[in-house]
Design a protein around this ligand. Structure first.
Ligand code: GLY
Ligand code: MN
Ligand code: MN
Length: 446
């Protein structure tokens, strides 16, 4: 199957949407990422800046996109990018170069990035406002220097732009609502990641190391087209699952323990973010099963709540009620439901949020609240739903539950009718997990 892609016209439409919002006689400047040094003269694998990628689909470092809107409202798109250079390309890889960039990226013009310091001030001279992303601090410093220099030109200081405006909110709102093409890619990466979770569940055996499951799941992502994980894979056996951002992944998986895997692939920049928790030996113990079913019920209730024009905070309230009620029934919490809810006692065992937006960033951009008012969910929003219970050793509850950490995380898209679970292909029902794991165990015994 060929992977879905974002067509050039969609990138152009995104740039035009920004141009439409800009005032006349202004410029918008967005930077690509730089290569990051790993050690001495070797670099980390390059990952493009998500905003730059969203507006261009161009995966080279050291480029700058400039959107210009004339005094009469005419828009144009210009890029500074790495020049063609035979020697550099022999050492470091192919470069698109200016000529091809204009055609392939649908630009009006492109210039060598070696000319930025002279050509960019010339483009900015005479515009009223410059839009940029304040979080791109490196570019921000450069723009400040350029504008300060323009201010100091004798008798022409009036040509320096007088406003520097952060345009992050525009881009975040656009990125929050996924297009059909983006959703097709997110479904594809969810499918690849779901298959990888299933295979890794079947692969798991007592005595393996956590990093063997990490290797297996990342191998599965890569061979099916999602070459990189979208974030650092978490594989936590036993009590390691109670460390929320555990990434050591270097302990032996023990018979009788659960293992939590939080892992997702990245496809064309878009992330999947799936967590499953399952028994190392393929069978849940009574205590593990009791806690697991509470988390699953809480997740299902939360997913049900997440509909168009609803609020994540309300889904969280419903989820927390199920968790608290379940912990009371097990004797992990004591007292009345009302008192426990009022005192937020669940927070000892569920200390993170219900979920987050998902897209080009695993913790994707987009406002959750504006001036203290929660934002209602809109169709096209993709988010995770990931309740958990983490009963760390030494917790103030019966010892039989100590060292059990459980999270169940799926990715959903809000639709006009309700929601769709992108990651439904990984089993999460306890009996389905046990059945999936037992088929392989039976086969390996024959
Ligand atoms: N994998 C990171 C998260 O679940 O938020
Ligand atoms: Mn997540
Ligand atoms: Mn996750």
């Amino acid at each position: 199957m060929t992977a879905p892609i974002i067509e050039l016209v969609e990138y152009q439409a995104r740039r035009n949407a920004i141009l439409t919002q800009m005032t006349c006689n202004s410029a918008c400047v967005i930077s690509a990422n730089k290569l990051l040094t790993r050690s001495n003269d070797t670099e980390y694998v390059f990952r493009q800046d998500s905003y730059f990628w969203y507006l261009t689909g161009f995966n080279e470092p050291d480029a700058i996109l400039v959107l210009l809107k004339s005094a009469t409202g005419l828009g144009s798109c210009i890029m500074f990018c790495q020049p063609k250079d035979a020697l550099a390309e022999i050492w470091h890889g192919r470069r698109l170069g200016c000529l091809a960039a204009v055609e392939q990226l649908g630009l009006d013009d492109a210039f060598d990035n070696t000319d930025i310091d002279s050509a960019l001030p010339a483009l900015l001279s005479g515009v009223d406002a410059v839009y940029s992303l304040y979080q791109q601090t490196h570019l921000q410093t450069r723009l400040n220097h350029m504008i300060t220099a323009l201010k100091q030109v004798p008798k022409k200081s009036d040509l320096a732009p007088s406003q520097l405006i952060d345009c992050q909110a525009w881009l975040d709102q656009m990125r929050l609502l996924k297009s059909p093409a983006e959703l097709a890619i997110m479904q594809a990466v969810a499918d690849i990641s779901a298959d990888a979770h299933r295979v890794t569940m079947q692969y798991c055996q007592s005595g393996m190391n956590e990093y063997q499951l990490e290797a297996q799941i990342q191998y599965q992502f890569a061979v099916h087209g999602a070459r990189s994980p979208a974030y650092t894979t978490i594989v936590g056996g036993g009590a390691n699952a109670c460390i929320l951002h555990y990434t050591d992944n270097n302990q032996t998986l023990r018979d009788g323990d659960l293992v939590l895997i939080d892992a997702g692939g990245e496809l064309q920049g878009y992330a999947a973010d799936i967590t499953r928790t399952f028994p190392v030996n393929g069978k849940f113990s009574a205590q593990q099963a009791a806690l697991y079913d509470i988390v699953l019920q809480a997740q299902l209730v939360a997913i049900d709540c997440l509909q168009p024009n609803t609020f994540i905070t309300d889904a969280n309230t419903a989820c927390v009620e199920v968790l608290t009620q379940g912990l009371l029934e097990l004797g992990v919490l004591t007292g009345t439901l009302a008192d426990n809810l009022e005192q937020l006692t669940y927070r000892q065992y569920f200390m993170h949020g219900l979920g987050h937006y998902l897209g080009l960033d695993v913790h994707d951009v987009g406002a959750y609240a504006v001036k203290g008012h929660s934002c209602a969910l809109q169709p096209g929003t993709v988010m995770t739903v990931e309740p958990g219970l983490y009963i760390a050793p030494g917790s103030p509850c019966p010892a039989e539950f100590h060292g059990i950490g459980i999270r169940i995380e799926d990715n959903i898209v809000i639709t006009n009718e309700g929601n769709h679970v992108l990651t439904h292909a990984v089993p999460k029902d306890r009996l389905e997990i046990e059945a999936l794991m037992s088929t392989v165990r039976e086969l390996s015994r024959q």
